[in-house]
Design a protein around this ligand. Structure first.
Ligand code: BGC
Ligand code: NOJ
Length: 811
């Protein structure tokens, strides 16, 4: 069942009923101020850090779901309604929500009144703008009351939801004309406040939640709206809010537009006050003046739309498959940008109070956005590398505000170092900027330990090859990519962290997955050394890679697939002898992507085993059979009920590894089948089962062992976004930026006879047309670049500014 449709012309997803299976959200903002906005105008906002600078409050785990947000109440006679249906839930005569690139438009109609609510965060400014257009489409005059409402958070979201003995006494506001200022804690240690404003004087206001809602009222039945109107309350402690009332009289056919803003302002220490206790509003007033009328609002919206057009023009495919095109050209790249902005912090599943930036997560996210914003990818790489330890290991997480490694979690996740090679080399392949390798970057944020970035990569590589276990495979540490496979931790008590309980380093537990990574990214490291003219170092790296390949084919091979690991006792994880967890997806994907077993047929066999043992109609599950009892020696993976999360859920992040692996072996039909099964646009028709947004990936879909097989969770903030973009843009459509040039190496389904990709790369634009007349799926038979035939399939970079015409024939 569908709950909307894609409007490809406008790059929007249009939702036609407010009763979506879960709130379907959008992200507004791409610099410092962000808002999450659902299809019913639920959501919240923050400045930079979702925990420390929360502007509006949100109750995640609420019933009914999603009743806090940016709501507008309409009172028309005795009828009270919201254009987005929530929170009053009066049945509308018409409803529509358009989620577009950085903006959301919600439209509702009731009893001849139409309301359109548009929300976005303008480029270069710290405010959320909202325009509400109210029109009378009926035959009689209407006397309406319109009430916008937001509830402030007392800044630190964690403290806000726990420290009530203090918080109920600290809230402060100021009211000045059409603006309501939220200034809690401004008198002492803060230099920032929030402001909600309207473009005209309201007919009433409230700033105390209790006064507006009633003590026992609530978002679904605010007392002020249902009875006599706003009361002019001034909040002292308790819960500061911004509510306003506008009385509109509309003749038939008449309409009014109101513009609102929710801004975040910082003042320098010596400019905080206008008078004792009166905040300096100069900057806030300047902000309001920037959006004083509809023309300014429209201009800011146009700038935003140009911005997105620019970003998305770096990679555009035209394949004839509308689902494929809309995912590749719009939604997958859009989600990659959201993961760049948010990492894993704030969504409807991530509270914004938990994890900081992940070392491995951020390096992988980079693979999906580097082509759109290379300069910001560069900064990100340098930030990440600065949290590496001198021995090459890494803090697993770091804080976005301080950019310092997070001591609570520490290091010991032994896949982390290699992801830095993956991210940096992807950046250089994209930009040709080898100069980044000369940048001096601290270790452990200590400037005195700074070394060129190249040295950081070298230490990543060396860390892995010097931390090997009894079989010669890399030691796993606290966990490798799979955070829930905790082979050294042995957590027995509720509430303990599965990952950081117990010793971080066992001398025995080894990871076949990291071995695959070492072969894949170690080869990239060797190529980088060679490109820099460091022949000896390249050859030395290659010898280590060869050795690891041999070890993987020996201790890492189970007969029909790659093993997953060895536990702290040296027992196999992910092998035939295991009663549960016999085969895992991760090493099959990573080892085959690395080319291990390609020559002797073992790679083929491993992927055949994946197909036979892990495939389902909704994607490939992480492992089989699921763990049905808790395995102390394996950790969190066996804490989930069968079919969920890492315990045999369809973990979408590593499905694209199989896509890349299948493409590596030339299986275009199969690669595309795996791609399609988890791709949201192809799941739109089963939204009642899938439940999350049909325009973005979710981290996890319940596997076949779960009672809710096919149900997705944790949409938006997942490494799936970047990896699926890599798999479809580079492995299937086959346009691969490499250190040496742009490789054209598609592996397509046999019924895709031709397609075109327009790709911006190193300052030039490549218009690449690929045809596969005989359905061969892979192998470039002929490559013509600007009219000339090229040997091989790697195009050396052309001068900046050129438009390069490329045709490739497969066969
Ligand atoms: C989840 C993992 C996640 C980890 C982060 C676990 O509970 O299952 O998916 O990576 O937490 O710490
Ligand atoms: C989510 C985490 O963010 C990621 O780092 C990890 O690889 C996966 N879960 C798998 O456990």
């Amino acid at each position: 069942m569908k709950f909307g449709y894609f409007d490809d012309e406008r790059s929007e997803y249009v939702i036609t009923t407010p009763r979506t299976p879960l709130p379907w959200i959008n992200y507004l903002g791409s610099e410092d101020l962000f808002a999450l906005c659902s299809n019913t105008a639920g959501g919240y906002s923050f400045y930079r850090d979702a925990r420390l600078r929360r502007i509006t409050r949100y109750r995640y785990n609420n019933s009914p779901l999603d009743s806090d947000g940016f709501h507008v109440y309409i009172r028309d006679g005795d009828t009270v309604w919201n254009p987005g249906w929530q929170p009053v839930q009066t049945e509308p005569d018409f409803y529509r929500c358009r989620h577009g690139l950085g903006y959301t438009v919600i439209e509702g109609k009731k009893n001849g009144v139409a309301v359109r609510q548009e929300l976005f965060v303008p480029k270069g400014d710290n405010c959320l703008l909202m325009r509400v257009r109210v029109s009378n489409e009926g035959a009689d005059e209407k006397a309406l009351k319109v009430f916008p409402y937001v509830e402030f958070c007392l800044w630190d979201a964690m403290d806000d939801s726990s420290n009530f003995q203090r918080n109920f006494s600290t809230g402060e506001v100021e009211i000045d004309g059409a603006a309501i200022y939220h200034k809690t804690e401004y008198r002492e240690r803060r230099n920032h406040y929030a402001v909600f404003w309207a473009d005209r004087q309201p007919d009433g206001f409230d700033t105390s939640r209790e006064a507006f809602m009633g003590v026992y009222g609530g978002p679904a039945r605010p007392e002020a709206v249902f009875s006599g109107g706003c009361t002019g309350s001034v909040a002292h402690g308790w819960q500061p809010v911004a509510a306003q009332q506008f009385n509109l009289t509309l003749a038939p056919g008449a309409a009014e537009e109101l513009i609102f803003g929710l801004g975040y302002i910082e003042n320098p220490q010596d400019e905080k006050w206008e008078a004792l206790g009166v905040i300096n509003k100069t900057r806030a007033k300047a902000m309001m003046a920037r959006y004083a009328d509809g023309a300014a609002f429209d201009a800011a919206l146009r700038t935003l739309s140009e911005h997105w057009k620019g970003l998305l023009s770096s990679y555009r495919a035209s394949t004839g498959d509308e689902k494929l095109d809309r995912m590749v050209n719009v939604w997958n790249q859009y989600q990659c940008m959201v993961t760049f902005n948010m990492s894993r912090s704030a969504s409807y599943f991530e509270s914004g109070m938990g994890r900081g930036m992940g070392f491995r997560d951020s390096c992988q996210d980079l693979l999906g956005f580097v082509h759109m914003i290379p300069e910001r990818a560069r900064e990100r790489i340098l930030d990440i590398a600065a949290t590496q330890f001198p021995d090459g290991s890494a803090y697993h997480q770091y804080q976005p505000l301080t950019k310092k490694g997070n001591l609570d979690v520490g290091s010991g996740f032994n896949d982390d170092p290699l992801w830095l090679i993956a991210g940096t080399c992807a950046y250089i392949a994209e930009t040709g900027d080898f100069g980044i390798l000369d940048e001096l970057v601290p270790f452990d944020n200590d400037e005195s330990l700074a070394e060129p970035l190249l040295e950081h990569l070298r230490r990543s590589f060396n860390y892995t090859r010097t931390h090997l276990g009894p079989h010669g495979l890399p030691l796993t540490g606290r966990a490798d990519w799979n955070d829930c496979l905790n082979l050294n931790c042995f957590s027995e008590h509720p509430g303990e962290s599965f990952q950081i309980t117990g010793p971080s380093e066992g001398p025995v537990a080894e990871s076949v997955f990291i071995a695959g990574m070492f072969v894949k990214y170690g080869s990239v490291w060797a190529r980088l050394c060679r490109a820099l003219g460091r022949e000896e170092e390249a050859a030395d790296a290659e010898r280590s890679v060869e050795k690891m390949t041999a070890v993987t084919l020996d201790a890492g091979w189970d007969g029909e697939w790659f093993r997953r690991a060895y536990d702290a006792f040296g027992h196999v994880v992910g092998g035939k002898e295991c009663e549960e967890g016999q085969i895992f997806i991760e090493p099959q994907g990573m080892c085959v992507m690395a080319g291990i077993g390609k020559e002797d047929g073992r790679a083929e066999l491993a992927l055949k085993s994946v197909r036979e043992r892990l495939d389902t109609e909704y994607g490939i599950v992480l492992q089989q059979p699921p763990y049905r009892r808790y395995h102390l020696e394996l950790g969190e993976i066996s804490s989930y009920p069968p079919g969920y999360k890492e315990n045999a859920g369809i973990f979408c992040h590593n499905n694209p590894w199989i896509v890349c692996a299948e493409a590596e072996l030339g299986h275009g039909d199969r690669a595309f089948e795996v791609y399609r099964r988890t791709c949201p646009a192809y799941l739109e028709d089963i939204s009642e089962i899938h439940r999350t947004e049909p325009y973005v990936y979710s981290q996890m879909v319940a596997g076949k062992d779960a009672p809710t097989f096919g149900e997705a969770k944790n949409s938006w903030l997942t490494g799936t976004a970047a990896w699926t973009f890599v798999s479809v843009s580079q492995a299937i459509l086959g346009i691969k930026p490499e250190l040496e040039g742009l490789r054209i190496d598609p592996c397509v389904p046999s019924d895709l006879k031709s397609f075109t990709v327009t790709r911006r790369w190193r300052g030039a634009v490549y218009v690449i047309t690929v045809s596969d007349p005989e359905g061969r799926q892979k192998g470039v038979r002929e490559l013509i670049v600007d009219g000339e035939r090229l040997e091989g399939n790697v195009i050396p970079a052309r001068p900046e500014g050129s438009v390069v015409k490329v045709t490739a024939v497969l066969g």
